[in-house]
Design a protein around this ligand. Structure first.
Ligand SMILES: [Fe+2]
Ligand SMILES: [Fe+2]
Length: 281
């Protein structure tokens, strides 16, 4: 099967509409970010983002298609003109690596978030995958279309943090609030980027004990969580990071690629890996 057909079959497998509107091929982020799709697919690697190491590993595995969730060249829309103009050295080296390996990179962001088939409907492929990889299906406490709230027998922030580290191969986790915070209700809260009054209201009104966040700034919710604990409402945040939180969804993709393609093509997950390291006290 040609790489272009693989991409089309993956698109067809996903829901492909957002708020009732089909994903616009002109404006979607889900473009071929590099390479020639008019060649036989020798193997597929799924990952969160195609680092130089992921490209090398994909090549070593005999794969010539990487399906990544995030951009390849460090900007929204993967524009390369500015990098070409500036002769950016890292860009030129990454381009050379892609040329040498003959790898094609296709971004699957809008399609996978639009949905994968589940029980006659569709669910967000990334966050459904995160839930499945954690084994948290029985704890789901919100609409399964976007599984973000979980209620569980009482545990602690630290125990959940250690579970994420172990399951997802993380080097550590940034924590706001006390590690000993008792936890029954967890919210995978997405990006905390400012302008978060609605999130603070939700945390208060829905008695959220623990947030697991993608991007996380120091002001707004982080400040609020500290003050909550200091005023007798123990709460915590596990700031696992954007890519660390979404990557399990790309790991889970390996399970349904054969169903989507209806043809056996070797398929592997390569972790783009925790970009954070920690200096301990
Ligand atoms: Fe993302
Ligand atoms: Fe995403």
């Amino acid at each position: 099967m040609k790489i272009s057909e693989v991409i089309q079959k993956m698109k067809d497998y996903h829901k492909g509409t957002v708020n009732g509107e089909p994903i616009d091929e002109q404006t979607t982020r889900d473009k071929i970010l590099y390479g020639n799709p008019d060649q036989e697919c020798t193997g597929i690697v799924t990952t969160c983002w195609a680092t130089a190491e992921v490209i090398r590993k994909a090549h070593a595995l005999g794969a010539n298609l990487i399906i990544s969730h995030e951009a390849l060249f460090w900007n929204h829309g993967d524009h390369r003109d500015w990098l070409e103009e500036q002769k950016n050295k890292t860009y030129l080296a990454k381009k050379q690596l892609l040329e040498q390996t003959g790898i094609v990179v296709w971004r699957d962001h809008d399609y996978i978030h639009s949905g994968i088939p589940m029980n006659g409907g569709y669910v967000d492929g990334i966050f459904h995958g995160v839930m499945k990889e954690l084994g948290w299906e029985d704890f789901l406490a919100c609409d399964p279309v976007r599984p973000m709230i979980f209620e569980m027998p009482e545990t602690t922030a630290e125990k959940i943090g250690r579970l994420w580290m172990e399951k997802f191969g993380l080097n550590g986790i940034k924590v706001v609030g006390d590690l000993s915070t008792p936890v029954k209700k967890v919210w995978v809260a997405g990006h905390i980027l400012g302008g978060d009054n609605d999130k603070i209201t939700k945390i208060d009104q829905e008695d959220i004990d623990l947030l697991i966040t993608l991007e996380l700034i120091d002001f707004t919710v982080s400040e609020y969580i500290r003050d909550s604990g200091l005023l007798g409402f123990p709460k915590a945040i596990l700031g696992v990071g954007h890519f660390n939180a979404e990557e399990p969804g790309m790991k889970y993709m390996v399970h349904y690629i054969p169903e989507a393609l209806k043809e056996a093509i070797p398929c592997h997950y390569v972790q783009s890996g925790d970009m954070y390291q920690f200096i301990e006290k």
